[in-house]
Ligand binder design. Structure first.
Ligand code: DAH
Length: 345
């Protein structure tokens, strides 16, 4: 019987030692230590032994039982550790791997300029007005003091939808809508940014679609000096402190006098460089004092009313500000171009 104990001990310890996982170990435990296991069988077999051998045999089987139990428990701890390690390895997430780069959009440079202009004028108490891009000839031309036979219509090649409907050629159309709406009510202080269209052939400096922002101030004593101060403020905000403004005489049917406005070159500070072609000045917009005819047509008395207006091209401002040399870039939607503006966002 002692041999049998030895045999079971060595089998059991070997089986425990070679168990590869917790399932196997559990089977081994049942096989040896379970209620119907080999060690229990030996206990049962004790009844057939001579009486005097029973205590010694019983003791030996108990020792065997606790030896195998200890071996199973030790192995269990060991295998549990390995199982956890394996699980961790299998489920490992390599956080050092580069993730997928989500492509984020950026604000379009023209929108940036529009927002900048809106912010600076809202700060001076202006409101922002809107109007339709498909416009009536009446607002785009008639009310702007450009009747049907007026030669100034040639200045603006127009996309007509029908004889009375067109794609607005300038934001001045919105100025006229606002003046008509106010119909003599003063004061007015507003800007109207938006898209405009002309039948131009696209090249580096022309685009059949572009953006303008109109400005309009109407009151009792609005002067050309007010216009100059306002535009100087805008130029300093857009192009940096120290900008000067210069007026040159010009002609627009809806203003009298009319001026073309230059800003001192932000690149050379007025000394002369390739951007300003050596002149030290860059033309940025058209402006003037609202024409008496425009006032009259919109229900204002030109004797007691004065006002200034201006129209600035947003592409021109953006090109100067960001050093863009081809206007078509704004409309190609090339993400490589647009992406470069995330630094201003
Ligand atoms: N509408 C003019 C253009 O498109 C720009 C302009 C000039 C607007 C003078 C004005 C102005 O309001 O007073 O060229």
């Amino acid at each position: 019987m002692s041999d049998r104990i030895e045999e079971v001990r060595s089998q059991a310890l070997q089986a425990v030692a070679s168990a590869e996982n917790l399932d196997q170990l559990n089977q081994i435990r049942v096989q040896y230590l379970g209620k119907k296991g080999l060690i229990q069988d030996m206990m049962k077999a004790m009844k057939d032994l001579p009486k005097e051998e029973k205590p010694a045999f019983g003791q030996k089987v108990n020792v065997l039982k606790s030896e195998v139990s200890t071996a199973v428990e030790t192995k269990q701890v060991e295998l549990a550790k390995i199982a956890v390690a394996q699980k961790l390895e299998q489920e490992r997430i390599d956080i050092s791997l580069a993730g997928d780069n989500l492509r984020l959009g950026t604000t379009h440079p023209l929108v940036m300029i529009q927002q900048e202009i809106e912010d600076l004028f809202i700060g001076m108490g202006y409101k922002v007005a809107e109007g339709p891009e498909v416009e009536q000839d009446y607002y785009n031309f008639e009310l702007a003091n450009i009747p049907k036979d007026h030669p100034a219509r040639d200045m603006q090649d127009t996309f007509y939808v029908d004889p009375n409907t067109l794609l607005r050629t300038h934001t001045t159309a919105m100025q006229m809508r606002e003046l008509e709406k106010a119909h003599g009510t003063k004061p007015i202080k507003l800007i109207c940014p938006g898209k405009v269209y002309r039948r131009d052939d696209d090249d580096a400096t022309h685009s059949h679609q572009f953006m303008q922002c109109e400005g309009l101030v109407v009151g009792d004593h609005v002067t050309l000096t007010d216009l100059k101060g306002t535009l100087e403020f805008m130029a300093n905000k857009l192009f940096g402190d120290g900008r000067k403004i210069r007026f040159r005489p010009s002609y627009f049917p809806f203003t009298e006098p009319s001026v073309e406005v230059d800003v001192s070159c932000p690149f050379c500070n007025g000394k002369g460089c390739s951007v300003c072609k050596g002149s030290g000045w860059i033309e940025i917009l058209g402006a003037g004092m609202v024409h008496p005819n425009v006032f009259r047509m919109n229900g204002f008395d030109p004797e007691t009313t004065s006002g200034f207006a201006f129209g600035v091209g947003l592409e021109r401002v953006a090109m100067l500000k960001y050093g863009i040399n081809d206007i078509r870039n704004f409309y190609l939607n090339d993400v490589r171009f647009l992406k470069t503006f995330d630094r201003f966002d």
